[in-house]
Write a protein that binds this ligand. Structure first.
Ligand code: SF4
Length: 85
């Protein structure tokens, strides 16, 4: 829906989006549905498509599950680096 039709009925939440949402302090939720609801409350609909894509990219490149590379991450100065589960 996001990429093929440029429509965002919701926010795509995969393992990267869940983990980064927790580390950045957007939510402590753990299921995709509850993480999505938390993100939808704090982010305007206009950014929902890009938000997922940026988080997935961030999770693949810097904010990995086992060993995040906070030193090189662009968000290191503002990220509270909360634990993710
Ligand atoms: S600063 Fe560290 S914990 Fe925060 S988003 Fe970047 S890599 Fe992840």
């Amino acid at each position: 829906m996001n990429l093929a039709f440029d429509q965002a009925p919701g926010i795509v939440v995969d393992t990267h989006v869940r983990r980064i949402s927790q580390r950045l302090g957007f939510t402590t939720a753990t299921t995709p549905e509850t993480v999505e609801k938390a993100l939808m409350k704090v982010w305007p609909k206009e950014v929902w498509i890009d938000l997922s894509l940026y988080m997935i990219f961030l999770g693949r490149k810097w904010c990995m599950a086992r060993k995040p590379n906070c030193e090189d991450c662009i968000l290191t100065k503002i990220c509270p680096k909360l634990p993710a589960n």
